[in-house]
Design a protein around this ligand. Structure first.
Ligand code: ZN
Length: 345
């Protein structure tokens, strides 16, 4: 990389403020990509975004996504236990988000009992990207991976399609019968003002040009339509505690990371009105078990959180975080936002 390119990446990609070294010589925790990277933090208040410097090359990124967890099939064998689980979970969804499916009183009681633990509730709510029952409305998922969330929403009545740049993930999603296209949002060229809702879950941090992506999302949204976004939170307790060993740093896949201020700025600059911004304890358990695995010299894999004991302690840590964010509301692991394309735009 030339000196001029390195200099350019020292400016904040969100506000053009000055970057200061935060973490030095961090490597891919999965071992997929070779090399070491630095992370810079924006010193221009109140931005505080964090970004990888220098940005990895295309070939480094290609290596980094080999074996990525979205390549896996989205569902295990549809046995009676899974069907029973879905039956009870539908009761929770009906009670929490108003879905007609699973609306019997018995399902609703069982569903609420199943999700007594706030961590499981956070998982379930995230699994629907916090969307309530809005049948007949058309939805697009950006970076839908193997289609796990999209499939759930379509089953509950949404008219949904998805897109991803990863051919293996797209192939998995299509095997489930979902309508999914491969390419970037710009390349796919959806009609302007087509969608009522766009969901983008843990994708924003993977792009080096979030502004362009959000502008394109705004173009394909109807006036008054909304985007629902979830991304790792730099203010999370996990980041404060584990610093460069924090799971959500995930070099070199996570290029730009946000806090509530930088995400708000990005959305306002790209023409959205923020309706709601909050944080959750979702995957605080995984952040803990990943740290533990790393300190024990193991490679952590998403979805494989280790021994029963490790999982139980993870859920306990998550419970503690849930209590803590009742007070420190912006310190949860996941940063979530609902933003609207203005009706008069
Ligand atoms: Zn900045």
């Amino acid at each position: 990389m030339s000196d001029s390119e390195v200099t350019m990446t020292r400016r904040c990609p969100i506000c053009n403020g000055t970057g200061e070294l935060k973490y030095e010589s961090v490597s891919d925790p999965t071992g997929a990509a070779e090399g070491e990277w630095d992370y810079l933090v924006c010193k221009s208040a109140p931005c505080g975004a964090l970004w990888l410097c220098p940005q990895p090359s295309a070939s480094e990124l290609e290596k980094a996504y080999v074996g990525y967890f979205t390549h896996e099939a989205k569902q295990r064998k549809d046995g009676w236990l899974i069907r029973a689980f879905h039956y009870v979970r539908d009761g929770y969804y009906a009670s929490r988000f108003g879905y007609a499916i699973g609306g019997s009183w018995a399902q609703s009681i069982m569903g609420n009992l199943l999700y007594l633990h706030p961590g499981w509730r956070a998982d379930a709510d995230f699994g629907l990207m916090y969307l309530s029952d809005q049948q007949e409305k058309e939805l697009l998922e950006i970076g839908c991976g193997n289609g796990a969330a999209l499939g759930r929403l379509v089953r509950l009545g949404w008219v949904g399609c998805g897109m991803d740049t990863d051919p293996q993930a797209v192939a998995q999603a299509r095997l489930s019968g979902l309508q999914v296209e491969c390419g970037t949002l710009e390349d796919l060229g959806y009609d302007a003002e087509r969608f009522d809702v766009v969901i983008i879950s843990h994708v924003l941090e993977h792009t080096g040009e979030p502004e362009n992506l959000l502008r394109e999302i705004r173009r394909v949204l109807k006036k008054g339509g909304k985007v629902v976004c979830a991304t790792p939170n730099l203010l999370a307790f996990g980041h404060t505690l584990f610093r460069e060993s924090w799971l959500n740093l995930d070099p070199p896949r996570h290029l730009i990371l946000h806090n509530p201020n930088s995400l708000t700025r990005l959305l306002v600059e790209t023409g959205y009105d923020i309706s709601k911004l909050w944080t959750t304890c979702r995957y605080a358990n995984g952040v803990w078990t990943a740290y533990w695995a790393r300190k024990s010299g193991c490679v952590f894999e998403v979805g494989r959180e280790g021994s029963v004991f490790r999982r139980i302690t993870g859920r306990f840590v998550q419970l503690v975080e849930w209590v803590a964010i009742c007070y420190w509301r912006m310190r949860g692991e996941d940063l979530c936002v609902v933003a609207q394309r203005p009706i008069d735009s």
